[in-house]
Ligand binder design. Structure first.
Ligand SMILES: C[S@@+](CC[C@H](N)C(=O)[O-])C[C@H]1O[C@@H](n2cnc3c(N)ncnc32)[C@H](O)[C@@H]1O
Length: 214
């Protein structure tokens, strides 16, 4: 996928530097989308509340031991960032060139050293990963309301779109890896990926995490 092609397919956005941050500017709504690991929301989630985060419970389990995690779907890097705060080593994959550029810029500014970002399709490496945990957060259809209220969601819908089969393909390959578990983020009421019942689940209000012990 080519960066110029992506931008020309979405003429309502332009790429620019905003406050020294690489960002996408929505010309009509006049908002910037960029990666900010110092945002109030992430600070709140990461400081006092990290162990209460459902993703941390799902990935680290009861023992809460640090681990190595392959994040197959890095996106804006929020999940990678929260997982990195546990001291775990994160290898994050993002195959959308625009998403990758924004995330790389955010990581460089934040100087986080236990997230290593790769600009390739996670499908190419999931089966051979050395990581103990494989994490998958596929795109799923947003409701009209959530897309309207969430600028990052609007951006993802415009530039990434829905990838319903991606989760299935990643899951099939992940099951053949030497990892200890797979964690898949799903909408609360969504069906299991490939109808496969998880070993355990962490269920929240907006999302749930299906955990598959391998
Ligand atoms: C729902 S978003 C992930 C959001 C992310 N968990 C976060 O915290 O910001 C899904 C992202 O995964 C990326 N993606 C989907 N399939 C991928 C694959 N096979 N390899 C690498 N990246 C992928 C998409 O481009 C998109 O940016």
């Amino acid at each position: 996928m080519d960066l110029d092609l992506l931008l020309s397919a979405n003429p309502e956005y332009q790429i620019e530097l905003f406050d020294r941050q690489l960002s996408l500017f929505h010309k009509k709504d006049k908002h910037h989308v960029f990666v900010d690991f110092n945002s109030k929301q992430l600070k709140f989630r990461s400081q006092a509340h990290l162990n209460a985060e459902l993703i941390i419970k799902a990935v680290l389990g009861k023992k809460k031991q640090t681990t190595s995690i392959m994040d197959c779907t890095a996106g804006f890097g929020k999940d990678s960032y929260l997982m990195s705060l546990t001291g775990s080593k994160i290898i994050a994959y993002e195959n959308n060139p625009l998403m990758y550029a924004l995330l790389k810029d955010g990581l460089n500014r934040a100087e986080i050293d236990n997230i290593s970002l790769r600009k390739i399709d996670a499908l190419r490496e999931v089966k051979i990963t050395n990581c103990e945990v494989i994490y998958i957060d596929p795109m799923y259809p947003a409701t009209k309301k959530s897309a309207k209220n969430n600028k990052q969601m609007m951006f993802l819908q415009a530039f990434v779109g829905h990838q319903s089969e991606m989760a299935e393909e990643l899951f099939i390959q992940a099951k053949q890896s030497a990892a200890k578990k797979i964690v898949i983020k799903r909408p609360v009421k969504a069906a299991f990926v490939l109808d496969k019942k998880p070993t355990s689940q962490i269920i929240g209000k907006a999302a749930r995490f299906d955990v598959y012990a391998l």
